[in-house]
Write a protein that binds this ligand. Structure first.
Ligand code: ZN
Length: 677
């Protein structure tokens, strides 16, 4: 099942505190300067960062309205995600909101600080369980202190809920995948009635499925499964008039406005189908919406909304409410189009053996977008790339949309500061190149990898599907092949000639970063003693390690140890490009001929094993940079400007700095569900 690509970047920590700067709209030319404050808060194991929306001012009023209405629709469903995560989350959140707003006692001291940490963690995770680790948060203050805050603010929290917050044994995990337990009973998530077990759920849905159905519905996607008065299981469907109806009514109000300003008929059709789905809860309409959505490719504004990803359900059936509103990234999209138009030139000039080149290569479509607003399951923690819809049969028949969230990736990049670069770069020139050209280099790498890389090359006649011939090595070899296409052309003067990069310095920055990461930095994601398993990590290592070894006689990449710290320094970029070309030709040969043994040897000899001493060193150096492993975002504020008649004449974008401030604001504006549902 396709999943959002989670941001696995591990980035250095910048200490800062939650600011209280006024929420002023900021012009984009101001943002281009280095003065924008990317990271605004840090607590527990998370960082809170901000992202900007480049090009917002260039949108038409109609496009701005569309993005605004879709954002309001998404935010209106925010409560749903809280309630889905745990049945008492809304009650807890409202108590926190009341305390933060109205507590009259002293707001200082160790207990208050521990309470603030607890509150921030809950807001960040949309509930009392860690958004990623799934464990229930432990309050770092005594129960009596919470009771004091409650009575001193007029907040309301049932005693039984307070009991749960302070009892580590109750509802300890949001989602448990522990095979020794019944995963439904052991998970606290609010998708199933209290006494329902996994076996019953499976039996319930087995009875619904029709064998041989080529267009199966996403059974269970939009309901809670409960036991009726007759003892039989039944679905409480999430729709207007049913469960979560009060929030969905608000969502639909805004979607109706969005439909009126849709950019084209196909987009309007998609929005109207989503409205119908929320009204009826009919899963056939959900499929119809997804088909209309995947065929809507003409607009500048796009969106993801609904009960989408199912990984919060231990049985992978029920979808969490999420919303992402996006606009096309004009610069990255222009670069991608230029590369796509020249896909045949790249194929003709690639170092592949002539018989492995495609005579007619068609670039793959891929979108670079900028997020405008995220809500529900997509906020504050967000994916950096998405591939939807999830239903396999729709993907097969109608295709899918693949997107990279450019401004989110940029914010990760910029907010990380220079700590990691300073620790792992060989010299100041390498740091400067990374600061100046790193983002563009990454961006063009992704474009070449996705648009040209995966589309390039052909199999020899009679050679079967690589999944069959190369088996478990197929995926890392394919990812490495696409990387090598990108690397080879990132140092090609053609890229400058096409106008997508100002000079080959961009290519050099990308080479530096690839080698640094592939030979060294990415090891910090592994535990000591582990080998490299993940396909992308493997391919970065085998590409880099093979190139390093082949370049040894000419000192192409030089390994230096300074003050006990290892550095890999590229001495000859031209020669390294040739080496990447040789390896690309060989990997394409392996794929084109289905040469399992050669693929096995390449991956096993260069991509799997870890140098223990270097690994230990990298882990130690990574610790110096002190990294919060998770990050999430404050959303931009969209503020309509109206004339005397109340007509919207513009929509201004602002970038708030105060995480808790935004959470309290959302609590006031977008809270539509009762405490328990
Ligand atoms: Zn790929």
């Amino acid at each position: 099942m396709p999943r959002p690509l989670l941001a696995l970047l591990i980035l250095p920590l910048l200490m800062s505190c939650g600011g209280n700067a006024p929420d002023k709209p900021v012009k984009n030319d101001v943002l281009a300067a280095d003065t924008f404050k990317w990271e605004v808060d840090q607590f527990g194991d998370v960082r809170v960062i901000r992202y900007t929306v480049p090009g917002w001012e260039q949108l038409t009023l109609q496009q701005k309205k569309l993005a605004y209405y879709l954002s309001m629709a998404g935010l209106s469903g925010r409560d749903i995600m809280w309630d889905q995560n745990y049945r008492y989350n809304l009650q807890v959140r409202r108590a926190l909101e009341k305390i933060l707003g109205d507590y009259k006692g002293e707001r200082a001291g160790a207990n208050w600080d521990a309470f603030m940490l607890y509150a921030k963690q809950i807001f960040f995770s949309n509930g009392i369980h860690h958004h990623y680790g799934m464990d229930k948060f432990t309050p770092g203050f005594p129960r009596e202190y919470l009771e004091q805050l409650i009575s001193g603010s007029g907040a309301a929290l049932d005693t039984k809920v307070v009991d749960i917050l302070f009892d580590p044994s109750v509802d300890a995990k949001k989602v448990s995948l522990d095979r020794d337990k019944d995963v439904v009973l052991a998970s606290a998530v609010n998708f199933y009635g209290d006494d329902i077990n996994a076996k019953e759920v499976e039996a319930f849905y087995k009875a619904k499925a029709q064998p041989g159905d080529t267009t199966p519905l996403s059974y269970g996607l939009n309901s809670k499964l409960v036991r009726g008065a007759d003892g039989k299981l039944k679905e409480e469907v999430w729709h207007i008039g049913g469960m979560y109806g009060a929030a969905l009514e608000e969502v639909v109000k805004w979607l109706q406005k969005a439909a009126e300003v849709a950019e084209n008929g196909q987009q309007r059709k998609a929005i109207e189908l989503l409205i119908e789905f929320y009204r009826t809860g009919d899963l056939k309409t959900w499929d119809a919406f997804n088909i209309a959505w995947v065929q809507d490719t003409g607009g500048t504004v796009d969106f993801i909304q609904g009960f989408v990803e199912d990984y919060n359900d231990p049985l992978g059936k029920r979808g969490s409410f999420e919303s992402i509103v996006e606009v096309i990234d004009p610069v990255a999209t222009k670069n991608m189009e230029v590369i796509q138009k020249n896909a045949q030139w790249f194929e003709d000039h690639s170092p592949l053996l002539p018989e492995h080149k495609k005579k007619k290569v068609v670039g793959i479509t891929y979108s670079f977008i900028n997020a405008v607003n995220e809500a529900g399951d997509a906020a504050p923690s967000t994916p950096i790339g998405v591939n939807l819809p999830n239903a396999d049969w729709i993907r097969k028949v109608y295709g899918s949309k693949s997107i990279s969230l450019g401004n989110i990736i940029e914010a990760y990049d910029k907010s990380s500061g220079q700590g990691s670069l300073k620790e792992f770069c060989y010299d100041q020139a390498e740091i400067d190149r990374a600061v100046k050209y790193g983002s563009l280099g990454d961006n063009l790498h992704t474009a070449l990898h996705e648009v040209v890389g995966h589309a390039s090359g052909q199999l020899e006649p009679g050679v079967g599907n690589p999944d069959a011939t190369l088996k478990s090595y197929a995926s890392t070899l394919e990812e490495g092949r696409a990387d090598l296409v990108a690397l080879y052309f990132l140092m090609d003067p053609k890229m400058v000639e096409l106008g997508v990069m100002p000079s080959l310095e961009v290519g050099k920055a990308e080479y530096d970063s690839y080698i640094r990461n592939g030979l060294m930095v990415q090891l910090r994601r592994l535990k000591l003693g582990d080998q490299v398993e993940e396909a992308h990590m493997r391919n970065r290592q085998w590409v880099s390690a093979w190139a390093y070894e082949k370049g040894l006689p000419d000192s192409v990449i030089v390994k230096t140890v300074r003050d006990g710290k290892t550095y890999f320094h590229i001495r000859d970029y031209e020669k390294l490009r040739e080496i990447f070309g040789q390896l690309l030709r060989e990997v394409q040969r392996i794929k084109s001929q289905g040469d399992y043994q050669a693929g096995h040897d390449l991956v096993e000899n260069y991509g799997v094993k870890v140098d223990r001493a270097l690994h230990e060193e990298v882990l130690k150096r990574a610790e110096n940079i002190k990294t919060a492993p998770y990050a999430g975002f404050i959303q931009p504020n969209l503020v309509p400007v109206t004339d005397a008649n109340g007509e919207i004449t513009d929509i201004k974008i602002g970038y708030p700095e105060d995480f808790i401030g935004q959470m309290l604001d959302y609590g006031k504006r977008f809270s539509f569900l009762p405490d328990t549902n």
